[in-house]
Every structure is written in structure tokens, then in C-alpha cells.
Design a protein around this ligand. Structure first.
Ligand code: SF4
Length: 470
């Protein structure tokens, strides 16, 4: 089980790097390839597929892929994210193969297409040159063309990149990757759907189920349960901090609380634990929530009898006395979506794009920045959209870390605003940026979630029962 968990976490780290690199660099660029290869080496995954005798690395590669299939088949969002990152990883690996290894691979997966003979190629040379972008007559003569059934070449056909005749596409060797990827997408997508159907039998396994659930909400970084700055923030500072240093999800919750003097239980959980994470003591939390709630419809007595207990509980002072940890982005994005009247969740994931646009406009984000954010949201890169929001609101070109947690956003913002963080960063090949200033606490996603995180997550469900009153 320990190996099971560590393989899966390493692959999750790898896929997060794939996601980050895919947004930061052109996928065929040298920089992209160099950084991805470095990450593959670091995490001990095979980086020259088929080319080396690397049994252990391949074993890890296979096992971890299938574990994440189990964890990421559980919802449409998870499937889509997993599919996209695995496709990018596959594309990189396939394109790194030599021509002979590509051929070997195609045969291995029964995708060996028929190369057309010289006679037919000469006969079709003009059409091939006219219909294949970038192919002069001379280049047509040099390259091998394959006759591929139309169904396998839909993407190339749609993009008008191949010559079509009698229901076949004539595909140059250099475009074969599009077909292979298409085929991989179809197969993996079907496999995920099938895996989802067999989930009930796995869910009955009490060893695996918490682990898989945890993986799909997984966040590979510090849990912000231990705060060095407890008690260092005063309640009077919160309004200003919410504008300067809160991520959009928490800024939205704070605004809603100030406006309506109330938050429903999803909002209280998400925001309350975040505030605890930034350093509010239990006494401050009680005072903060009470002051706000009694401005609304809740009187002091009702607050003390109902809400105060749940706040003490979240600080580990009631019930099982578990010290609850603030929610990570993954947890916020993937679980408990907000309904009408709720303000929790991640605005990049859960807000209507038009509303998000209006909100960003009202926060004075420049139009070009809004367009970039909305593009990232459209591509389901919610955390990257949030990173862009950080860059725009802090006026930096490069955020310098890989965002995974609202409290990480806050900490990094505070460091930056207080001049305690060097802006110059060095990419550390794990999708995060290594801080050069060693005196800084390392807030990157290279630490590993432990079973205790999973345990805390499970126990948190118990806490939610205490917050049922809206
Ligand atoms: Fe909050 Fe994370 Fe969403 Fe940013 S990405 S708004 S920090 S949940």
C-alpha cells in the first residue's frame, strides 16, 4: 500500500508539471522538452521509452498510470483533466522516439498503416503536395506517406492537412503522431468510462477507497495546519488583507460575509479554515464570526449555542479534537460545488464566465489579463487562471511558484508585499520554482501528502455534520 500511494503521488506530481509546462511553453519547444525530461528523471519515470533497459521505471510508470485511472475516473472533470495531461505526456514520449522505434511502437499497438508504393506516390504527387501543408513536390518524394482510414484521421482531415481519396487519408510520416494520439484519446477515454462502471466493487475495499478519494482531491504540498504566524494578524487587518492578499475564492467569501452578515455552511467551512490557516486564533475566530453574524439575523445567544461550538470544533477543541486543516485548491475545485445562495467553491471553476469577467473588471484587472484568465478557465486550467490573477494583482511577470492552496497564495502574497521574497526564481524542474532565498520557508508542491492527510480529510467529513445549520 505504501508503494501504491507513493507511485500514484509521483505520477500526480508529474502530471501537474505536464499541465504547468503545457501552459508556459510551446509543447514542441526545446525548453518544454528539457524541463519535462528533467522531471521524468527526477521522479524516476522512463524518459526514453522503448530505448532503455529500465524495468523499475517502467513498472512504476504502468502501475501509477492505472492507479490514477481509478482515482480520476470518478467524475467528468477528473476524467477530462487526467486525459489531457496523459495525452500531453504521451505526445512528448512518442515524438522523442526515433523513426524505427515509432514504427516498432505502431506495430506493437496494431496501428501499422500501409505505406504507399513509389508508383502510387508519383501518380498522386501533385495532389499530395497541394493538400499537405509544407510539402513541396521534392519533399513529397522524400517522405513516406501512409494510407489511413478516414475514421483514424479525422483531426487531420478537419484541419485540412491531408489529401483524401476514396475514403482514405494520405498521411505523411511526420503527422502520424496526430493519428496515434487520436487513437490513444479514444482508448483511454473508453477505458476511463469502463473503470468508472466497475468502481462500486472497488469502493467496497476499505483500504483502497480512502486512498483513491484522497488522490483525486490530492494536493501535494504543506497542509498549512501548523501556523507560525498564529495570533499575528488582527481582525482590523482582514478587510485590507482580503483585497491585497486573498485569492479570489476567499475574497469573494469575505465580501459576501461583510455584505450579508452570514455565510452558509459550505462557506463557513472553507473560509473559517482558511482564516485559521493564515493565523487567526480561536478567540479571534469566535469574535470575528460573532461580530458579523449578530449584525444579521443571528442573535448572540443563538451564536453561542450553535455556531461557536462548530468553530471550537474546527480548532480541535471539541468532539474528536482533530486539528482540521484548511482546504486545498483541489478539494475546493473538486468537491461540494456551490448551489444558489452559496459563495464557497472556486470562482474560476464554479462561476459563470460572464460573471467572472464582471467580477474581474470590478477588481480593475486589465482587459488583456481578463482575456488570458478566461482562456485558461476555458481550457479547465483553474489554478493557472488563479496564478494569472495573482500576477496581475501583484504586478509581477512570473508568479514564481506553482499554486495549489489558498493559504499558499496568501503566504506568497504577503512575502512579496513585505519584500521578503526574491522575485528572481529558478525553475526547479518539478513544476515549481525554487526560491533562491534559503531563509524562506519552502512553499512548493514537492512534499508528499501522507496518509495522515487522508485521515484528516476523512475526519473532516465528520466535522461537516456540525455545520449543517444554514
Ligand atoms: Fe481559490 Fe485555489 Fe480557486 Fe485560486 S484556484 S480561487 S486559491 S480555490
Amino acid at each position: 500500500l505504501v508503494e501504491f500511494e507513493s507511485f500514484a503521488i509521483d505520477r500526480l506530481k508529474l502530471l501537474k508539471v505536464v499541465e504547468n509546462l503545457g501552459v508556459s511553453y510551446v509543447r514542441s519547444s526545446e525548453m518544454y522538452k528539457t524541463k519535462l525530461e528533467a522531471e521524468l528523471r527526477k521522479l524516476k519515470f522512463p524518459y526514453r521509452a522503448l530505448a532503455e533497459d529500465d524495468y523499475e521505471a517502467r513498472r512504476k510508470d504502468h502501475i501509477s498510470h492505472f492507479i490514477l485511472r481509478l482515482a480520476y475516473c470518478q467524475s467528468e472533470d477528473l476524467r477530462r483533466w487526467f486525459l489531457q495531461q496523459e495525452m500531453d505526456l504521451f505526445r512528448y514520449r512518442f515524438n522523442e522516439l526515433t523513426e524505427s522505434l515509432m514504427q516498432k511502437f505502431l506495430e506493437h499497438v496494431h496501428l501499422s498503416f500501409e505505406a504507399i508504393g513509389e508508383d502510387l506516390k508519383n501518380e498522386l504527387a501533385n495532389e499530395l503536395s497541394a493538400s499537405t501543408p509544407g510539402f513541396t513536390l521534392a519533399k513529397v518524394k522524400e517522405q513516406m506517406f501512409y494510407k489511413v482510414g478516414l475514421a483514424d484521421a479525422v483531426d487531420l482531415f478537419r484541419a485540412r492537412r491531408v489529401f483524401i481519396k476514396d475514403g482514405f487519408a494520405y498521411v505523411p510520416f511526420k503527422e502520424i503522431d496526430v493519428i496515434v494520439l487520436n487513437n490513444y484519446r479514444t482508448k483511454l477515454s473508453k477505458a476511463l468510462a469502463l473503470t468508472a462502471r466497475s468502481l462500486p466493487s472497488i469502493q467496497s475495499d476499505e483500504r483502497l477507497q480512502p486512498l483513491l478519494n484522497h488522490l483525486s482531491h490530492s494536493y501535494v504540498g504543506p497542509d498549512y495546519s501548523v501556523q507560525k504566524n498564529t495570533g499575528k494578524i488582527s481582525l482590523e487587518q482582514i478587510d485590507a488583507l482580503s483585497v491585497k492578499s486573498f485569492p479570489l475564492c476567499m475574497r469573494q467569501l469575505h465580501r459576501a460575509l461583510r455584505d450579508s452578515h452570514h455565510l452558509r455552511h459550505g462557506g463557513r467551512m472553507q473560509y473559517g479554515l482558511f482564516l485559521k490557516g493564515i493565523g487567526l486564533t480561536l478567540e479571534q475566530a469566535l469574535e470575528f464570526w460573532k461580530k458579523e453574524f449578530i449584525r444579521g439575523k443571528v442573535d448572540a445567544d443563538k451564536f453561542d449555542k450553535g455556531y461557536a461550538y462548530s468553530i471550537r470544533h474546527s480548532y480541535g477543541k471539541e468532539g474528536k479534537r482533530t486539528d482540521y486543516t484548511p482546504y486545498s485548491c483541489m478539494k475546493i475545485i473538486m468537491s461540494n460545488p456551490p448551489s444558489q445562495g452559496d459563495y464557497h467553491g472556486c470562482p474560476f471553476r464554479h462561476s459563470d464566465p460572464e460573471l467572472l469577467k464582471q467580477k474581474l473588471q470590478s477588481y480593475k484587472i486589465p482587459p488583456s489579463g481578463i482575456t488570458q484568465i478566461l482562456e485558461l478557465v476555458k481550457g479547465v486550467h483553474y489554478q493557472l487562471a488563479c496564478q494569472k490573477y495573482f500576477e496581475l494583482t501583484h504586478d509581477v511577470d512570473d508568479i514564481g511558484f506553482s499554486l495549489n492552496h489558498p493559504n499558499q497564495y496568501f503566504t506568497e502574497s504577503q512575502k512579496l508585499l513585505s519584500g521578503g521574497r526574491e522575485l528572481k526564481k529558478e525553475f526547479n524542474n518539478s513544476g515549481n520554482f525554487q526560491q533562491k532565498n534559503n531563509s524562506q520557508e519552502s512553499i512548493n508542491s514537492s512534499s508528499t501528502p501522507t496518509s495522515s492527510n487522508a485521515k484528516a480529510d476523512t475526519e473532516l467529513e465528520g466535522l461537516e455534520a456540525y455545520f449543517t445549520e444554514d
